[in-house]
Design a protein around this ligand. Structure first.
Ligand SMILES: Nc1ncnc2c1ncn2[C@@H]1O[C@H](COP(=O)(O)OP(=O)(O)OP(=O)(O)O)[C@@H](O)[C@H]1O
Ligand SMILES: [Mg+2]
Length: 240
């Protein structure tokens, strides 16, 4: 599904103070793209991601995902759209520590009926991200990179067409961050998954196919790029 934002504005108001976090922004992301959104702290990256992904509807302008205009959907229709079509990955993983990683991955099955057997699908996805032998582990028994793989498997559970990631490598060391980006790259290539990755780390943005630079709530650069894969000893063999 294509994602199209036009005339997007988002201001945070508190009393007499108003902060314009996104200012009159236009953006189009086509199905199958792998996009990095970069910018300094406070430039509006998270706000942009939240408005594009239907987590935050307090915006002006329009955001369309496929045929759906997000602002026109009821709360329940928007929740359904997110559940069915959108995956999320965050910096701090957002796993439930008292559930096994297989149960964490299958969590979306509690929020709507899907045409899959939850444990079977969770198992397949954990195998896909290299954790097929740790199904019963608790998140607390895993490294940061492994936790993020679990979060990615969970984001894939409902076969989304687009995944939004807010600083997915922000809590990881450089090598582990690269291996997470390699996984995203595979998912993008093999499953035509659309990926929108917010990061403040330039070397992470280098691995996407398009770079959008945001400054003070506006896009100041939007360029297609050939992905650059740094070779690092702890990331194993970096992909060409
Ligand atoms: N809930 C909020 N209430 C008021 N102002 C906010 C709120 N969230 C963000 N802002 C402001 O909006 C602007 C953009 O914030 P945002 O979190 O989108 O930036 P960011 O680029 O994601 O930063 P970072 O790299 O630190 O995560 C900043 O000036 C911030 O202070
Ligand atoms: Mg942010």
């Amino acid at each position: 599904m294509n994602l199209v934002a036009s005339g997007l504005r988002r201001a945070y108001r508190s009393g007499a103070v108003s902060t314009e976090a996104i200012r009159n922004l236009d953006l189009e992301i086509e199905a199958g793209e792998f996009v990095a959104i970069v910018g300094v702290s406070g430039s509006g990256k998270t706000t942009l991601l939240n408005t594009l992904s239907g987590l935050d509807t307090q915006f002006e302008g329009t955001v369309r995902l496929g045929e759906h205009s997000l602002a026109e959907l009821s709360e329940s229709a928007l929740a359904r759209l997110r559940h069915r079509h959108i995956g999320f990955v965050f910096q701090d993983f957002c796993l439930l520590d008292h559930l096994s990683i297989a149960e964490n991955v299958a969590l979306p099955s509690y929020f709507g009926d899907l045409d899959v057997e939850p444990h079977k699908r969770a198992t397949e996805l954990l195998e896909r991200v290299g954790l097929g032998d740790r199904l019963d582990a608790l998140p607390t028994q895993l490294s940061g990179g492994q936790k993020q793989r679990v979060a990615i498997a969970r984001a894939l559970f409902c076969k989304p067409s687009i995944i939004f990631c807010d600083e997915p490598t922000g809590s990881l060391d450089r090598g582990t961050g690269l291996s997470i980006m390699q996984l995203f790259d595979e998912l993008n290539r093999q499953e035509q998954l659309t990926l929108v990755v917010v990061t403040h780390e330039p070397h992470i943005a280098d691995m996407a196919h398009r770079r959008i630079v945001i400054e003070d709530g506006e896009i100041i650069e939007d360029t297609a790029q050939t992905p650059e894969w740094p070779v690092t000893s702890d990331a194993g063999e970096a992909r060409p």
